[in-house]
Design a protein around this ligand. Structure first.
Ligand SMILES: Nc1ncnc2c1ncn2[C@@H]1O[C@H](COP(=O)(O)OP(=O)(O)OP(=O)(O)O)[C@@H](O)[C@H]1O
Ligand SMILES: [Mg+2]
Length: 262
């Protein structure tokens, strides 16, 4: 690479970082403004008990959203700096899938979406993984499927044993879908396929690239198949024990997280 090309690359990266900072500031400001507004309201003297409850609920949920966003940002930075280790051990994949699906049930009902999951429950779905991180991946995939599927649609989670052992999990929805180009955008940090449709659905656009990086850190892979208006299917393959022999895996320099290979 010539000095000029290197300079251009650095300039592009700097510009991308500036855009990221703008997006982050915007995303953090929304819930903070809500918290600020309700806190001012509560600091007034006469507040009816039911108004107080409503305000406290709004403060609580917006504070939770802020914490989740800050944690996502921390994950993204650590992944980009190759400073992320997964602490893997043998786990029962089916139980994790059930946990992720059950915690999405309320949200699915609220959105009028049918949520189904099929997994060989009772059968074993052995994989080697860090449960917290697998749940993080599944929560984002199921959350996306629910966010980008209109009411009346369905989200299906299927799990099984992969060809070479390990676990395969598929999250399929009947939602808005994406073109090939849009999938590439979706996998870029802060990439939201259609700003107008994503803006009113909360999120920073970090979930999918983080999910992919986390799966890769496990030695697995994450693939997306999608068709506009028909829906999306995301497949996660987690390897069986032998492929992840070391207990701690670290991101290889400039690997998975942000600009890395699929
Ligand atoms: N199942 C899906 N159907 C349609 N579009 C999707 C789907 N999953 C992701 N996308 C698109 O990809 C974008 C990036 O997804 P990602 O999970 O990274 O971000 P997000 O859900 O917007 O925010 P976050 O996950 O950080 O809270 C989404 O904003 C959306 O435009
Ligand atoms: Mg998401």
């Amino acid at each position: 690479m010539s000095a000029h090309e290197r300079l251009t690359e650095l300039k592009d990266r700097l510009e991308a970082k500036t855009r990221l900072m703008q997006d982050v500031a915007h995303e953090l400001k929304n819930p903070l403004s809500v918290i600020h507004g309700y806190a001012s309201f509560l600091s007034r003297e006469e507040v009816a008990p039911e108004d107080m409850k409503k305000a406290l609920r709004a403060i609580h949920s917006n504070a939770e959203r802020l914490i989740a966003m800050v944690e996502q940002l921390q994950d993204a930075v650590r992944l980009e700096n190759s400073d992320f280790a997964v602490d893997t051990h043998a786990v029962e994949g089916a139980a994790l899938i059930q946990m992720a699906a059950e915690s999405a049930e309320l949200e699915a009902a609220r959105r009028g979406i049918r949520l189904r999951w099929r997994s060989p429950l009772g059968d074993s779905l052995h994989c080697v993984a860090e449960p917290k991180r697998v749940l993080q991946v599944l929560a984002n995939l199921i959350g996306n499927a629910l966010k980008f599927t209109p009411p009346g649609g369905s989200v299906t989670i299927e799990a099984g044993t992969g060809a070479g052992g390990g676990a395969t999990v598929r999250v399929r929805d009947t939602g808005l879908g994406m073109t090939g180009e849009e999938i590439a955008v979706a996998l870029t940090p802060f990439g939201q396929v259609d700003a107008s449709r994503s803006r009113w659905r909360e999120g920073t656009g970090l979930g999918l690239p983080i999910a992919k990086a986390l799966v890769q850190l496990h030695g697995g892979r994450l693939e997306i198949r999608s068709a506009k208006t028909l829906g999306t299917e995301v497949t996660v393959v987690l390897p069986q024990g032998s492929e992840v022999s070391d207990v701690h895996r670290r991101a290889a320099p400039r690997d998975a997280a942000h600009h890395g290979a699929p």
